[in-house]
Design a protein around this ligand. Sequence first.
Ligand code: ADP
Ligand code: MG
Length: 264
Amino acid sequence: MSRIFCVANQKGGVGKTTTTVNLAAGLAQIGQRVLLVDLDPQGNATMGSGVDKRTLVHSVYEVLLETTGVAEARVRSERGTYDVLGANRELSGAEVELVALERRNQRLAQALQTVDADYDFVLVDCPPSLSLLTLNGLCAAHGVIVPMQCEYFALEGLTDLVNTIKQVHANLNRKLQLIGLLRVMYDPRITLQNQVSEQLKAHFAEKVFDTVIPRNVRLAEAPSYGLPGVVFDPSSRGAQAYVEFAREMVSRVGRPQPASAAAG
Ligand code: ADP
Ligand code: MG
């Protein structure tokens, strides 16, 4: 019954990890059961959830290689509000190892089926590339959330990502949709950001989320405490924006219905 979403953008430093951990914490705060999957060998979402990547017993790497299952590998986030399937540097080897294996795109999708009943939302933090790891995320997902800064080159990279989503939809995963573009690190005093934001709305219309995440130093400080900003300083503007975004996600993609209710 879980809905699976990738947080993806092939550029680095655009707010993917910040969005993943804060959306996870925000959804948990409004009563959703959440699993965060860290697909980036940097392990920032793992650390930002208060889970030490250096002492992980099992990680997403072993899940992809099928030497362990999600149920064995998941751990609880620092304040215990959501689950984490963690990553560390080991995962950078998976890229090469997977190439030689069968079903190499579908490993994450198949692993997540085993915990389908345990979560309302599964959020996948993707690495900054359109790699085999990201492809595993896209093959597992119902949708993609694209965080972006409203800067001059932001639109350029978007074309490649949108094309990749179309390709995966056409060839590998018919469920996959672009859910929306999330404007992050937004500063309304900067004219260029307003202009790019208007261009985005003109071009992508309802695919642009209503919620805007402001540039907020509390969101940047939180990871060093091993907490999402939403938990670290709930009254900060950044935290409030991410809880608002969690509400927007629930209303956009719907609360999953039990199979019996859906059938009736
Ligand atoms: P990515 O995962 O795409 O590489 P991150 O989420 O790690 O990006 O963000 C890059 C940097 O920007 C980090 O230092 C993070 O703390 C900071 N950051 C992200 N979102 C915000 C925000 N809304 N306000 C201020 N700083 C932010
Ligand atoms: Mg990241």
